[in-house]
Design a protein around this ligand. Structure first.
Ligand SMILES: [Fe+2]
Length: 223
């Protein structure tokens, strides 16, 4: 299924769009959902309007980990989608309900049977990543990769049964170069964003130029 990732906010700005330190991606394909919800609802509201995408009528939401630069806009998303299911790592489910969501904790494996979505499970009991079946192959979205982007990607590959990812997109959290080398063995494309850091971006760009994908606020990645 042809799938678009619309980057609602990344740490790198774009003219005409608001931005803050944060991360949020709207996924439009077989399902419409939001992966993380940035720091600031005003950024989500402004950028979705300028980018011409609706944040209403989502199928579900997904939170990678309990840091504010990933969940700051979720209360706003719940206002637009009352009662929506939000997949979260183990943690503050009462807060998720107060926002107006139905919380759900997914284990490692298929998000729901037969829907082409796979969850890493909470790696180190902290952070989860999501794999999406697309026309190009498996696309993995990560939040901040605190446990390591290579370990999260590995867990999604195990959960999905895919031997290799087509792309890994998201925050890599100032990775060791060894983690990026391992990632390069696991994925055809590498899209460092959010908290990856300039060193990681430069390393991928120079060492694996054929794999590097640039991401910034407002990027639309098609798979
Ligand atoms: Fe982050």
């Amino acid at each position: 299924m042809r799938t678009e990732l619309v980057v609602l906010d990344d740490n790198v700005p774009s003219r005409g769009l608001l931005n803050e330190w944060g991360w949020s991606v709207l996924v439009e394909g077989r399902h419409r959902f939001i992966f993380d919800a940035d720091t600031n609802p005003l950024v989500l509201a402004h950028n979705s309007k300028i980018l011409g995408v609706s944040l209403r009528n989502l199928d579900f939401g997904f939170l990678s980990h309990w840091h504010h630069d990933h969940y700051g806009g979720f209360q706003y998303i719940a206002e637009l989608n009352p009662g929506l299911k939000l997949y979260v790592p183990p943690g503050n489910l009462a807060m998720v309900m107060r926002w107006g969501f139905e919380p759900a904790v997914a284990g490692k494996g298929a998000l729901r049977e037969g829907d082409g979505l796979w969850v890493s499970g909470p790696v180190d009991d902290f952070e989860q990543a999501l794999g999406i079946e697309t026309s190009s192959g498996l696309v993995v979205i990560v939040g901040c990769s605190h446990p390591g982007v290579d370990r999260l990607t590995e867990a999604v590959l195990e959960a999905s049964g895919y031997g290799k990812a087509h792309a890994v997109v998201g925050g890599f959290h100032y990775p060791k170069l060894r983690a990026l080398d391992r990632l390069a063995e696991m994925s055809e494309l590498i899209a460092p964003a959010h908290c990856s850091g300039d060193d990681a971006k430069r390393y991928v760009m120079r060492r694996y130029p054929e794999k590097f994908v640039e991401v910034r606020t407002g990027s639309v990645l098609e798979f």
